[in-house]
Design a protein around this ligand. Structure first.
Ligand code: NAP
Ligand code: GDP
Length: 343
């Protein structure tokens, strides 16, 4: 029985296909994954397998909020596996101003992708949560089993609840139908191809863009909030590699946190200072404390990831040092400022 009235009753088998479909394939994480698949040797740990075809979807090809469009695009590619990255994503200030849009767009996209994956008997789906799904008031460090222990921080409750629900959906599909749908929980992501829009960006791309403009226009570089909040940041290429490990090796329905170590927290002031250094900015720096700080910290443990990677024979994962990854992101921004549509 279909859970939505209008769905066609006959599931279509996708087993003969060897397509890995990446929703949100044009975004920050999707483009890092595409880059990895295009450059890593076939058959290597983070490369594609022989005879595997990877398809990276854009919203221009299909609006995943629409279940019929989703059915058509899945019918076209018949994926064997799906990495579900597509989402309405934004930094603290975008979330604060549009809770309903973040809630609804993400609910609709997640429902379409999971339901159509179920109908088409996709072998495995890996979806993406975020550490903001965790309760605001909970004992640190954040670990996978604490997701549903209390309400998320109020600053992004729309996005957080939609993302949390993916975990509930995954369990429901598994419980009732045996589907292998799982999820990962990354911390704050940054890297080449980020969203540098000043209104909707996360802190690193937002501050890179603002520092660039301050240098160009000879104006102060303004950092929002006190600079004191702490975050764990993950480089998009590292996250793409870990995603591929999850796709190949991770067997659970419960999510796994993809993060640098718990003690690798960086303050917003440290981020601003690293950007100032990478940009060679020498002008005045201001902290606008009339703007929100958001959650003070949300330190996540990567103990489960570390243990499972070792047990799978993958060994310990080498994260790119923060300053090296940041410099690469700044350089990407400078090289693409004039030409990239996302800036
Ligand atoms: P992003 O750069 O904003 O990219 C979003 C992607 O989703 C784009 O490919 C976009 O397609 C696609 N998309 C948006 N609305 C769509 C729609 N209605 N239909 C189809 N596709 C749609 O996001 P990201 O930073 O790569 O995030 C990837 C995943 O990581 C998301 O699930 C996000 O929640 C999660 N995450 C991100 C962060 C972070 O700091 N960025 C942290 C934790 C978790 P077009 O570009 O073609 O419009
Ligand atoms: P979060 O990690 O989910 O809270 O989201 P962000 O990546 O947007 O980071 C928010 C933190 O960075 C808050 O403490 C903000 O006050 C601080 N911040 C400082 N300047 C900026 C900025 O220009 N843009 C954004 N998005 N955050 C900023």
């Amino acid at each position: 029985m279909s859970s939505i009235g209008q769905l066609p009753p006959t599931p279509v088998s996708a087993t003969s296909s060897n397509v890995v479909l990446v929703t949100g394939g044009t975004g920050l994480v999707g483009s890092a994954m595409k880059n990895l698949i295009d450059t890593e040797p076939v058959g290597s740990s983070f490369g594609k397998k022989k005879d595997e075809e990877w398809v990276f979807l854009s919203s221009s090809e299909c609006d995943l909020r629409d279940i019929q469009q989703t059915r058509e695009i899945f019918g076209k590619y018949r994926p064997r596996m799906v990495i579900h990255l597509a989402a309405r994503v934004g930094g603290l200030f975008a979330n604060m101003s549009s809770q309903h849009t973040f809630l609804r767009d993400n609910l609709l996209m997640n429902d379409s992708v999971l339901q159509i994956s179920h109908e088409m008997k996709v072998e495995k789906v890996v979806s993406c949560l975020s550490t903001c799904v965790f309760p605001d008031k909970v004992e640190y460090p954040l670990t996978e089993e604490k997701i549903h222990l209390g309400p998320p921080h109020s600053s992004n409750f729309g996005y957080s609840h939609a993302k949390r629900l993916i975990d509930v959906q995954n369990h429901a599909y598994h419980d009732q139908f045996g589907d292998q749908f799982t999820s990962v929980i990354p911390t704050n992501v940054f890297g080449p191809g980020d969203n540098y829009n000043l209104e909707s960006a996360h802190v690193i791309p937002g501050l890179i863009h603002k520092c660039y403009l301050a240098k160009k226009n000879n104006t102060p570089f303004t950092v929002f909030g006190s600079g004191r909040p702490l975050r764990q940041f993950i480089f998009s290429r590292d996250l793409a590699k870990l995603f591929i490990w999850v796709l190949r090796e991770y067997k659970e329905i419960d999510p796994v946190i993809l993060s640098v170590a718990e003690d690798d927290e960086v303050s917003i002031k440290d981020v601003a200072d690293a950007i100032i250094e990478a940009m060679e900015f020498t002008g005045p720096v201001e902290y606008d404390t009339s703007k929100a700080d958001g959650q003070y910290r949300k330190p996540a443990s990567n103990a489960k990831l570390t243990r499972l990677m070792k047990e799978s024979g993958a060994g310990s994962f080498e994260f790119t040092p923060f300053k090296i990854a940041l410099k690469e992101s700044v350089d990407w921004f400078l090289n693409h400022y004039a030409t990239d549509a996302r800036i």
